[in-house]
Write a protein that binds this ligand. Structure first.
Ligand SMILES: *[C@@H]1O[C@H](CO)[C@@H](O)[C@H](O)[C@H]1NC(C)=O
Length: 226
């Protein structure tokens, strides 16, 4: 029989972050019922920690993107985290983050670290510009993992610096490459994101770093002897 405490499908807690007159509200909707992953989520992470991490991630991301003023940022009033029994790991859509409790339930290793890393990645999708839909998916995912890297939530399975086949392969490969680019020009990722507010052009790499992205990728590979 279902535990009556968790038999309702909706648990909402909210946390608001005041930023001047602008507030971002965070909510969590735990739809896991009595699944093993849901129980593990509530025992080892919990709603309050989740909301705090969402808020901390937001401030971290605004800082990485050098968005000091509300006018620099995407206009998002509320972000809702859904914990649900589904597939895959997590995704972000319509100011919602969806995390798969089955993934959490089966995770071996430091669950809090992994969960935080996933939230930093997904929260970046909430806040990053996407060039009005023109930015390649690999770059979008690479920036989300760049933020995760900068927050020091790097999973053990990630590629090492210099590894990978293409600059826009996405995720860890692109994140490592963006870290290299950021090393050439401090704040590069922030400036790239800013440019993507209105559109996307691969020439943004030339604008900011004076070289084509293909040349930068060759330089990057050469630096690590690949
Ligand atoms: C592990 O994953 C399987 C398949 O998604 C799922 O059925 C099972 O409930 C998960 N285990 C836990 C403890 O969440």
């Amino acid at each position: 029989m279902a535990n009556p405490l968790f038999s309702f499908s909706l648990l909402i807690l909210s946390l608001a972050t005041m930023q001047g007159t602008h507030a971002v509200y965070y909510a969590i909707n735990d739809k896991t019922g009595n699944s093993g992953g849901g129980v593990r989520f509530r025992n080892q992470i919990g709603a309050a920690n989740s909301l705090q991490t969402m808020s901390a991630a937001t401030n971290f991301i605004w800082n990485i993107f050098k968005q000091n003023n509300p006018s620099d940022r995407k206009n998002v009033a509320k972000v809702t985290l859904f914990i649900e029994n589904s597939n895959g790991v997590a995704f972000a859509v319509n100011n919602e983050i969806h995390v798969n409790a089955n993934y959490l339930g089966n995770y071996t290793g430091d669950l809090r670290r992994e969960f935080n890393g996933v939230l930093y990645h997904e929260m970046t999708h909430i806040w990053q510009w996407n060039g009005n839909g023109q930015t390649p998916g690999g770059l979008i995912e690479g920036i989300a993992d760049f933020v995760r890297l900068k927050a020091n939530y790097i999973p053990s399975h990630w590629v090492k610096p210099g590894q990978g086949n293409r600059w826009d392969q996405g995720y860890d490969v692109t994140a490592r490459f963006l870290e290299y680019c950021d090393g050439l020009r401090n704040g590069f990722v922030a400036e790239l994101n800013k440019k993507m507010r209105t559109g996307y052009n691969v020439g943004y790499f030339v604008d900011l770093l004076g070289k084509t992205v293909d040349q930068l990728w060759r330089d990057y590979k050469a630096k690590y002897g690949n």
